[in-house]
Design a protein around this ligand. Structure first.
Ligand SMILES: Cc1ncc(COP(=O)(O)O)c(C=O)c1O
Length: 376
């Protein structure tokens, strides 16, 4: 089966172990197991809870404890509406495989995580892009969506909060999108892996699974919960979708690791503390980044309202890949080129790492930009 190369993942695989300041990272600064235990009010003695765990496949769909903790992130989901997967990446792949067939019409916002257009394309679906534009604060143009969502549209794939732009769709906009999908009979898959990182309020935006009877939420432990090493995600969806996903999942997952299930449940049972830490990082760091953007004459942006990433537009006559390669070579700072995200003329920064890394990295980027400005 042909599938387009995954631009961002190829870039990350090539350079993320070779940079000094990784400002391409999209996870909120990852936790150690010791930090997780401390946040949960435990210490290393609790590791003895792992000793009686028998290394079977465990509960196939995810443990009841874990699925209850996941369901608690939603307003209207119960254990039966959840299936646990290998990361959000596994959840997304399974939903597309389970719902999309050759010839189906699929609408995907762009930019987004590439799975959402390249997997349906590889299946042979007709994929219609719904471009997110800076002049709309990178929110979808709903009139345009209405025009694309003709009767029989199979799936609308959105991503909220959005990677790479950090745009945030509020409940009212999600409800309007649900109305458009309802009118044409489409499923909505909303990739919600950054849910929990809003810059304002409690941080947790509404989920499509709670708002729309054909709404599917995918998410996981990597970003807002800072536990990418667990490789644990989930699908929250109507039973019909869970059953279709399970049919495919039996062929490529069986179950997730019981140790991963254990730590994910512990983190989610303490979600208030884990998210408070994440929000302290993302909110403090975004303020630092905003002050930096303000000072840089060659950089402009739409300030993110959620997530861990921002798109920076640069006023230099240079392809984004050359920008990023030169930056990496001269300064050790890693960004992600817009060319890997269908956003040429931009670079993506991940700003949710340790504040001192962000500060030091930005200082080097300033020097790089000053040198480039001198040459123009
Ligand atoms: C929008 C989006 N979805 C899914 C993923 C994959 O996440 P996970 O680590 O949970 O598989 C990423 C990772 O960058 C992402 O940005």
């Amino acid at each position: 089966m042909h599938i387009a190369p995954f631009g961002v993942e190829i870039w990350m695989n090539e350079f993320e172990t070779r940079c000094e300041f990784n400002l391409a990272e999209t996870c909120v600064e990852s936790l150690t197991i010791a930090q997780l235990l401390a946040l949960a009010g435990r210490n290393s003695d609790s590791l003895s809870d792992l000793l009686p765990l028998k290394m079977t496949y465990g509960a196939i769909q995810g443990s009841d404890r874990l699925r209850d903790a996941i369901a608690a992130l939603y307003e209207r989901q119960g254990r039966e509406d959840i299936v646990v997967t290998h990361g959000t990446i596994g959840a997304n792949a399974l939903v597309h495989q389970a719902l999309v067939s050759r010839g189906d019409r699929v609408i995907s916002v762009i930019p987004t995580y590439q799975q959402h257009y390249s997997i349906p394309e590889s299946i042979g679906a007709e994929v219609l892009p719904l471009r997110l534009r800076a002049e709309n604060a990178f929110l979808p143009d709903l009139a345009e969506l209405r025009g694309l969502a003709t009767p029989g549209t199979r799936l609308i794939a959105i991503n909220n909060p959005n990677n790479p732009t950090g745009a945030l769709m509020e409940r009212a906009m999600l409800e309007e999108i649900a109305g458009i999908a309802r009118a044409c009979g489409a499923w909505i898959l909303c990739d919600e892996v950054y849910r929990g990182t809003d810059q304002e309020g409690g941080g947790m935006t509404a989920s499509i699974a709670d708002l729309y009877e054909k709404g599917i939420s995918t998410a996981g432990m990597s970003k807002a919960f800072s536990l990418a090493g667990l490789r644990l995600g989930w699908v929250a969806a109507p039973r019909e979708v869970i059953e279709a996903v399970m049919q495919h999942r039996d062929y490529n997952t069986i179950s997730v690791g019981v140790i991963d299930d254990f730590f994910a449940a512990l983190a989610l049972e303490n979600q208030d503390k884990v998210l408070a830490r994440s929000q302290a990082i993302t909110r403090g760091n975004l303020a630092m980044l905003a002050a930096w953007v303000e000072r840089e004459p060659l950089i402009s942006w739409v300030r993110p309202r959620s997530g861990t990433t921002a798109l920076l537009k640069y006023d230099l006559d240079l392809p984004s890949r050359s920008f990023c390669l030169d930056l990496l070579q001269e300064t050790g700072v890693m960004f992600t080129p817009g060319s890997a995200l269908e956003m040429e003329g931009h670079v993506r920064i991940g700003y949710a790492n340790a504040p001192e890394i962000l500060a030091a990295g930005l200082e080097r980027v300033s020097a790089f930009l000053a040198r480039r400005a001198g040459r123009q």
